[in-house]
Unconditional design. Sequence first.
Length: 153
Amino acid sequence: MPTAKVVFATITGNNEDCADIITEALEDLGVQVDESEISQTDAAEFEDYDICVVVPYTYDEGALPEEGLDFYEELPDLDLNGKIFGVAGSGDVFYEEFYCVAVDAFGKAFQKAHASQGAEPVKINLAPESEEDLAQLDTFAKKLVDSYEAAQK
Ligand SMILES: Cc1cc2nc3c(=O)[nH]c(=O)nc-3n(C[C@H](O)[C@H](O)[C@H](O)COP(=O)(O)O)c2cc1C
């Protein structure tokens, strides 16, 4: 059974909701999941899991979560070769070119740590409420597991 770590950053709860949906979808696929808040998590914990997921908010026109900066800076220095990663997050399309830029930034950090992208990044506008949002997050989880399984062959 694969294991997964889902790490979220949130102020008003939307990204925690996204993380909860991803966690539940992974569990439904038979993955053993640990979910935690970013300021309570050491990035090196990813070394103990098969599938690594970050779900960050974006603030102040492109700013990363303040309480997640230590985590973000530690991530690229890890050796996550052989791990599957995915990044999903909620932002607000109102911020146009800054929409969910934290999602892209964490994706680059994972790549520097030599993890393999298991699913395309998912960007959710505000709360994950619509059928489409839920379907996107479920598909994200499924792709992560499929990529993990393909890598075992
Ligand atoms: C002051 C402020 C700045 C924000 N800046 C951005 C931004 O640059 N890009 C973006 O996509 N969303 C931005 N947002 C929107 C939040 O990312 C969005 O509401 C998100 O769902 C919050 O996630 P949370 O509920 O997990 O805290 C901003 C919101 C506030 C209040």
